[in-house]
Design a protein. Structure first.
Ligand SMILES: [Zn+2]
Length: 271
């Protein structure tokens, strides 16, 4: 498969947006940011423009490619819209990249795929911290710390007075920190996709920003995004070599379908 440098990926996206007439849409979204914050295309749009190689490269390397798409959008916008981070959302993946929950394999990890199922759970939408600002209790300096998944990370030391974390303490300043809306979905296989007495298998999807709050339990959806995994916990808090899988969603397609017999407990509805 052809390899693309980061510059080539960014340039490809830029040309794609410009030649497919998406520039005015990008500017419209930037004007309405953060109420609007994404541009939607189909996988077919990419195939029409590039043929198969570049779309396949995106399928294989989605995390970097999607970040570079946002950078390409920023280049189109120029310096007048510095604080936007507009996402490219890709829908309608080809059959080869659409999988059933029980078809997911090690090969699918880190790839851009679509998985169809019935929404079993949708958690409440909650803010999640992305950039935490801490104040040093010794000198009062404020320190920015980018946050990843898992527990909130405090600074190792104060950059201003140089005191390490065990010589001072850090107070989280909510007003200066940055948050994004966040929601976890869980889908299960549709009854018509099951044979005989098979129990439906489930998959979690993480959504954020403008994708939260758009689906309800019972909806049949396609979750498009990156299949990710975390090591299962082993004995004594060790990390297993076996992984739990989940998806980081890039886009959601809600299908025109309602299956009334999905059994949802009260707990599922409220969690
Ligand atoms: Zn300090």
């Amino acid at each position: 498969m052809k390899n693309y440098s980061e510059d080539e990926v960014r340039e490809n996206f830029k040309i794609f947006f410009e030649e497919e007439g998406l520039t005015s849409e990008i500017i419209r979204v930037a004007e309405n940011y953060p109420d609007d914050r994404s541009i939607e295309i189909t996988y077919g749009d990419l195939m029409d423009h590039f043929d198969v190689e570049f779309p396949e490269y995106i399928h294989e390397n989605p995390r970097t490619c999607l970040e570079l798409a946002t950078e390409a959008i920023n280049e189109i916008l120029g310096s007048s819209y510095e604080d936007t981070s507009i996402r490219l959302r890709i829908k309608d993946l080809p059959a080869a990249h659409n999988k059933g929950v029980r078809e997911l394999r090690a090969d699918d990890l880190t790839k851009f795929i679509g998985v169809t199922g019935l929404v079993r759970k949708a958690t409440e939408v909650r803010p999640r911290i992305t950039i935490a600002v801490f104040q040093c209790m010794r000198c009062g300096a404020k320190i920015k710390q980018h946050q990843n998944i898992g527990k909130i990370e405090e600074p190792m030391e104060c950059q201003s007075c140089g005191k390490s974390a065990n010589k001072t303490s850090f107070k989280l300043i909510l007003e200066d920190s940055e948050f994004t809306d966040y929601q976890t979905l869980e889908i299960q296989e549709s009854p018509e996709d099951l044979r005989g007495g098979e129990q439906p298998q489930r998959l979690k999807g993480w959504t954020k920003e403008d994708m939260v709050g758009i689906v309800s339990p019972g909806d049949r959806i396609v979750m498009n995004g990156i299949l990710d995994g975390t090591p299962k916990s082993g004995p004594g808090g060790s990390k297993s070599r076996t992984f739990n899988i989940f998806m980081r969603l890039n886009s959601i397609e809600v299908q025109d379908y309602e299956y009334k017999d999905v059994k949802l407990s009260e707990e599922d509805k409220t969690r």
